[in-house]
Design a protein around this ligand. Structure first.
Ligand code: NAD
Length: 378
């Protein structure tokens, strides 16, 4: 007898309708208006750009506890393509104008906001008001005030909120967090973290437009460096200093190109981070009292790679981080497991982002941070 795996189902059914879709549809059919305990949660992606197209939708074919149930798009032509490719019913298809009527759709449990950064708050708040759980892409918003508004709306509506920090579900990240917690290499003294890439192409892209992005490299890749600095050390920083560099002002007219920042931590560790839209960087290294550990690459979609000072290679089978991330959130909703990337984590990172921009704008006054354990998970 052949035992079918999830992947076999996907291959067998092929073209457009995958096992995930069918299993999800089965759950809905069973639901009859009521949600069975074993129901897979329906996810609606808002914004069908490159991240939704090439990462989230394919990952939703690998998830166990949620599935791609709906789409929200401002581009009419994408509707039919996505409906056919993923078996999405017309009634689960929305545009930005009729989006709020998603409140009446029981097939949608989670709204995943994958739009330019300045649109995160508006759509996350509208999703919460519609009674849907929310995943908001990183950076959570373009200001701390917007993060507060999202958190407030989700609390008021009694829905769960998570930030699209896929690295928090990655086994390599969990492993280095364990080293820090268990002091495998002693106390962490210094963390170095880089996250950047060389931006080319359309100078009018939204990432280089401050109104839409909220900022440049720091908003886009910098949040990864902030995150690795924190989990590479095991605590929130107590102060930050920073520097901004501009070598291509003709291209980066409106947003920051390269930023370096230094953190002090209450446990006496210090960290240095670099983020850039004009330099490649993808690394975490923690120097400890009895050795070191590093991830390089540290933030990409994987496979991640890691080493330690005792000669070990950190190695886990490759899994789609986004599938792990969305399943983690679904399990949090369904089973009450910890939220590995709560809204407070996104807000904390935005507090740090604002402190870095303030340091640069004010010309060098060290910014003190009073974060306590905000956003520290596991
Ligand atoms: P993208 O440019 O490929 O897609 C953006 C989508 O938003 C498109 O579908 C576009 O049509 C739509 N849109 C609506 N209004 C728009 C406007 N005024 N200007 C431009 N586009 C508009 O971007 P993306 O790479 O998919 O990024 C979307 C979000 O996902 C961002 O917040 C980004 O930071 C985040 N992201 C996260 C990761 C991750 O690893 N977690 C990776 C990539 C992107």
């Amino acid at each position: 007898m052949k035992i079918f795996t999830r992947r076999d189902f996907g291959i067998t059914l092929g073209k457009g309708i995958t096992a995930t879709t069918l299993l999800g549809a089965t759950s809905i059919a069973c639901a009859n208006g009521k949600k069975p305990q074993n129901k897979k949660l329906g996810v609606a992606l808002v914004g069908l750009g490159s991240y939704s197209t090439y990462q989230l939708a394919p990952s939703l074919q690998d998830t166990e506890h949620c599935y791609l149930a709906g789409i929200v798009t401002g581009t009419k032509e994408k509707e039919k393509t996505w409906q056919e490719k993923y078996g999405i019913p017309v009634e689960n298809t929305y545009n930005y104008e009729n989006f709020d009527s998603i409140a009446n759709n029981e097939a949608i449990d989670i709204v995943y906001v994958v739009l330019p950064n300045s649109m995160h708050a508006d759509f996350s708040i509208r999703a919460a008001k519609a009674g849907k759980h929310v995943i908001c892409e990183k950076p959570m918003a373009i200001s701390v005030a917007e993060c507060d508004a999202i958190i407030g709306a989700c609390n008021k509506a009694g829905v769960k909120l998570s930030v699209g920090y896929r690295m928090q579900s990655d086994p390599y990240t969990k492993e280095v967090k364990k080293y820090v917690a268990e002091k495998t290499f002693g106390d962490v003294h210094f963390v170095s973290s880089d996250a950047g890439y060389i931006s080319r192409g359309n100078p009018d892209q939204w990432r280089l437009n401050k109104k839409l992005s909220g900022g440049g490299a720091l908003m886009n890749m910098g949040v990864y460096s902030i995150q690795t600095s924190i989990y590479g050390c095991g605590a929130n920083p107590s102060s930050v200093s920073a520097q901004e560099f501009s070598t291509r002002p003709d291209y980066f007219k409106d947003t920051d190109e390269t930023i370096t920042a230094q953190f002090e931590f209450p446990n006496d560790a210090v960290a240095h981070m670099m983020t850039s839209h004009n330099a490649n960087g993808n690394r975490l290294k923690s120097h400890c009292s009895n050795g070191w550990f590093e991830l390089d690459p540290a933030h990409s979609y994987g496979p991640i790679s890691g080493r330690t000072s005792n000669g070990n290679v950190i190695s886990f089978p490759h899994q789609r981080q986004q599938a792990l991330q969305m399943d983690d959130f679904a399990k949090h909703i369904l089973m009450g497991t910890p939220n590995v990337a709560p809204g407070e984590m996104g807000k904390r990172d935005m507090i740090i982002v604002e402190a870095i921009y303030r340091f640069i704008a004010e010309g060098g006054k060290k910014q003190m941070l009073d974060l306590g354990n905000m956003g520290i998970v596991g």
